[in-house]
Design a protein around this ligand. Structure first.
Ligand code: ZN
Length: 329
C-alpha cells in the first residue's frame, strides 16, 4: 500500500463501458500535459477488457507521483514517475504495462516471488500486444528485438532460470528474466500455438485465476488444455532452465541438387528444442521460408530450393529467443 499527499489537479478522462471512470491526478503545473498523456489509459483499459477479461476494480486512477520506478501498479490507483508526464505521450508503453498489471499481478497474482514473471513478463508482453494492435506489427517487432537484445546481454552474466526458487533478495528479481524473457516466453507460445489458441489460453488463465494466485505450472496446465499439446519441454527449457539458444548456423548451396544444406549447432550448455524459421534469399530478390525443427546439439538439414540462394536470414519474423547468425559453410 502507498499513500501520496500533494496538491493535485484532477480530471475525469472518460468512463469506460459506461461504468469505469478513468481519472488523471497530476501536479497542478502539469495539468495540461498530464491530462493529455494519461487520457491514453482509457483505450488500454478497453483493449484489455476486450481481449483478456473483465476489469477487476471500480475505477482507474492514474497518479503523477514520486516513485523510484517508472510506474507502480497499485490496484486501481497507478503511480507513475513524475518525469513520465511529458505532454508528448512518450511513455505510452509504460502506461500500457502498468494498466496490464491490473489483470496480471493485481487480479491474478503469482503464488510466490519465484513466479514473478507471471506479473512482469505478462505486463511486458501485454504492452507489446497493445502497441502492436494500435500501431502495427513493425512497432511490436522493434520492441521484441529490443527485449531480445536485453535478454541476450543478461544471459551472459546470469545462470539463473526465470522461475528462480533460490534468490531471496527479491529486488534483484526485477531483472531481464522476469520482464523481457518472461514476455518473450509468451511471445513464443503465441507464435508456436497460433494467435487464437494463445488468446484463449490467456483468457482462460485469467478467468480461472482472477482474484486468486497461480504459479507457472498452473499456467502450463491451462495452455496444455487449450492447445491439446504437451508443453513440458517448452516450459522446462524456457522457464525452469537458464540460458537461451546460442546458434552457429552454416549453410551452403548445392547447385546440382538445387538444395541448401544447413547445419545448426547449439553452443550453449542445455540443448533446446524449437522450430527455427529460415529465410532463403536468391540473387534475383526472391525468397522462401523454411522451418526446421531443432532438437539436437548439432543437426544438418537439406532444403529444396528453386534457384541459387545468396543469403540465409535466421528467424525473419522475430519468433525465437536466441542469439546467433548464419554464415556460409
Ligand atoms: Zn511491471
Amino acid at each position: 500500500m502507498v499513500i501520496g499527499v500533494a496538491d493535485f489537479a484532477v480530471n475525469l478522462s472518460s468512463v469506460v463501458d459506461n461504468c469505469i471512470p478513468v481519472y488523471a491526478w497530476v501536479y497542478p503545473e502539469d495539468r495540461n500535459k498530464g491530462f493529455y498523456d494519461l487520457a491514453l489509459t482509457a483505450d488500454m483499459l478497453s483493449y484489455f477488457i476486450k481481449n483478456v477479461g473483465p476489469y477487476g476494480y471500480k475505477k482507474l486512477a492514474n497518479v503523477q507521483s514520486k516513485t523510484m520506478f517508472g510506474g507502480l501498479e497499485n490496484a486501481n490507483t497507478i503511480f507513475y514517475n513524475e518525469n513520465y508526464i511529458t505532454g508528448t505521450r512518450y511513455y505510452e508503453e509504460t502506461f500500457a504495462h502498468e494498466v496490464a498489471h491490473q489483470w496480471f499481478g493485481n487480479m491474478a497474482t503469482e503464488k510466490s516471488f519465484a513466479h514473478l514473471w507471471l506479473s512482469e513478463g505478462f505486463a511486458t508482453y501485454m504492452a507489446t500486444l497493445y502497441m502492436e494492435n494500435k500501431y502495427g506489427a513493425d512497432r511490436a517487432r522493434s520492441m521484441l528485438i529490443g527485449d531480445r537484445d536485453t535478454v541476450i546481454d543478461f544471459a551472459r552474466i546470469s545462470d539463473l532460470p526465470v522461475v528462480d526458487e533460490k534468490t531471496t533478495d527479491y529486488m534483484s528479481l526485477l531483472n531481464a528474466n522476469s520482464y523481457q524473457k518472461g514476455g518473450w516466453v509468451l511471445h513464443m507460445l503465441r507464435r508456436q500455438l497460433g494467435d487464437s489458441i494463445f488468446w484463449r489460453g490467456i483468457r482462460n488463465y485469467y478467468s480461472i485465476y482472477a482474484g486468486k494466485n497461480a504459479d507457472t505450472h498452473d499456467l502450463q496446465m491451462v495452455f496444455e488444455k487449450v492447445s491439446g499439446k504437451n508443453l513440458s519441454v517448452f516450459f522446462r527449457q524456457w522457464l525452469y532452465s537458464p540460458g537461451i539458444p546460442r546458434l552457429q548456423v552454416q549453410w551452403s548451396y548445392l547447385a546440382k541438387e538445387k538444395k541448401v544444406s544447413v547445419t545448426v549447432k547449439q553452443l550453449q550448455e542445455n540443448t533446446f528444442a524449437f522450430p527455427l524459421e529460415l529465410q532463403l534469399r536468391s540473387e534475383s530478390g526472391n525468397s522462401q521460408i523454411a522451418v526446421v525443427k531443432i532438437s539436437k546439439q548439432e543437426e544438418t538439414f537439406s532444403i529444396q530450393v528453386k534457384e541459387k540462394i545468396s543469403s540465409v536470414i535466421l528467424d525473419p519474423n522475430i519468433s525465437l529467443l536466441f542469439e546467433g547468425k548464419a554464415s556460409v559453410k
